[in-house]
Structures are given as structure tokens and as C-alpha cells.
Ligand binder design. Structure first.
Ligand SMILES: C[S@@+](CC[C@H](N)C(=O)[O-])C[C@H]1O[C@@H](n2cnc3c(N)ncnc32)[C@H](O)[C@@H]1O
Length: 220
């Protein structure tokens, strides 16, 4: 696929999902009991050793794909340790032309549904948490697969002092904003100004003329 033909999101939802309030409220008031998978526990234990030995700020780049944003953020924050997490082995181990020449980052293959809970339990000193271009799951019936509709949402909002999400589907961020409001967290939703793309998906959307959006919040 060429970069210029990325399609805008098509959804059968033209407003915030009608079940969102019930779903988020349930997750905010019940315990998430699903056991942690062995592979994510092992991946976490390895990276946790690095984080515990590190004395500076930690930045978490969730759903990092090939880790381009992880490297760019590491370059922009030389004093920080930047941890990129993605569940796709194929993406995370892909060779990316290393034009950034940084070493203060680490990529981990893990399922964030489990990883987030371990991060909260271990009390990582996360300064900033990025979720850049999460899978949109645009069909209304898949709302629980979006991060704000997932059972791990109460943990997501305990990670980091600030959170930033980006998407080319404004509705995703409007829903995340509504879910944050249910947890009494204020956030700002704005157009992303055009600039050097942080990720391959951002580059693809910019090249096809799609507006991208950013949602930021102080969570702690
Ligand atoms: C649309 S891609 C965006 C990748 C990258 N942030 C970018 O903008 O180029 C979404 C990414 O989220 C990852 N992902 C989805 N669910 C995940 C989960 N439960 N745990 C970890 N990564 C996940 C996918 O593997 C995929 O790489």
C-alpha cells in the first residue's frame, strides 16, 4: 500500500457508544481478575530489572509498533528511559533504519492488558505515557476492545503523570475523554498540527491528508 491512499475510518457509530458509560463504570468499580499470562510476566520481569536499576524518569510508549516513536522520544528525552511495548513480535523485531542512534530505550513484546497491571503493581515512576494510534476497532460491537472500553482501563489511568493519545479517528479520543471524565480526570482534545511524524501510522495519515487528533491529560 502506498502512503498516499490510507482510508479514513468508517464506523457504524456516529456518536459516543451508547454502552460506554455502563462499561466504564463497571470496570471502574470491579476488580480485573484475569490471570497474567506467563509470557508477559517474563517480559515484564526482564524490563522491570532495568527500570528498578534506573534512577531517572521513565516514559512508556504503549502500542509502539516498530518502535519508531520509542526511538524519537528517547532522542528528545536523553535523561529518560523509554520503554516501548507491543504485542506483535513481527513489528517489534522488525529492522528499522536507525537514524536516531540512541540507547536509552528498550522494546518489549507483551500484552498490555497484563503489562499495565504489572506496571501499576511495581509502581514504575512513569513521567509520560503515550498511546499513539491504538487500533480503533470502529464497529460499535467492538467497543470493549478499545482501551477505554477494556477491563484494564482503571490501570491505564494509574500509569504515568500524563497521558497522550493520538488517533485519526476523533470519536476514539472523544470516547476516551468521556471515560476519563467518569474517572474525574480532565483532558484536552485538539487537532494535531502537521509536523515531523512520530510514527509510521502518523506518516501514513499525514500523507493521505487525514487530520490527526491528540488527547492529553494529567492523570496523577
Ligand atoms: C495501529 S498500530 C500503531 C502502531 C504505532 N503506534 C504507530 O503509530 O505506527 C497499533 C499497535 O497496537 C498493538 N497492540 C494492539 N493491542 C495490543 C495489546 N493488547 N498489547 C500490546 N500491543 C497491542 C498492535 O500490535 C499494533 O502494533
Amino acid at each position: 500500500m502506498s502512503f498516499g491512499d490510507s482510508k479514513a475510518i468508517i464506523s457504524n457509530q456516529d456518536d459516543i457508544n451508547e454502552n460506554l458509560t455502563d462499561i466504564v463504570t463497571k470496570h471502574l468499580t470491579t476488580e480485573f481478575k484475569k490471570p497474567i499470562s506467563a509470557h508477559t510476566q517474563q517480559a515484564f520481569d526482564e524490563v522491570n530489572a532495568l527500570v528498578q536499576a534506573f534512577t531517572g524518569p521513565v516514559i512508556l510508549d504503549s502500542c509502539c509498533g516498530v518502535g519508531q516513536s520509542t526511538r524519537i522520544i528517547a532522542k528528545q528525552n536523553p535523561d529518560a528511559l523509554v520503554i516501548g511495548v507491543d504485542k506483535s513480535d513481527n513489528r517489534i523485531s522488525r529492522n528499522v533504519e536507525d537514524q536516531w542512534q540512541v540507547e536509552n530505550y528498550h522494546l518489549v513484546r507483551a500484552d498490555l492488558n497484563d503489562f499495565y497491571r504489572l506496571v501499576v503493581q511495581a509502581n514504575w515512576p512513569v513521567e509520560k505515557h503515550f498511546i499513539l494510534y491504538p487500533n480503533p476497532w470502529p464497529k460499535a460491537k467492538h467497543v470493549k476492545r478499545r482501551w477505554h472500553g477494556s477491563a484494564v482501563f482503571p490501570y491505564i489511568i494509574q500509569v504515568g503523570k500524563t497521558i497522550e493519545l493520538r488517533s485519526n479517528w476523533r470519536m476514539y479520543l472523544q470516547e476516551f475523554q468521556a471515560a476519563l471524565a467518569l474517572a474525574k480526570i480532565d483532558s484536552q482534545l485538539t487537532e494535531l498540527p502537521e509536523g515531523e511524524p512520530l510514527t509510521p501510522f502518523e506518516a501514513k495519515y499525514q500523507a493521505s491528508g487525514q487530520q490527526c487528533w491528540t488527547l492529553t491529560a494529567k492523570v496523577l
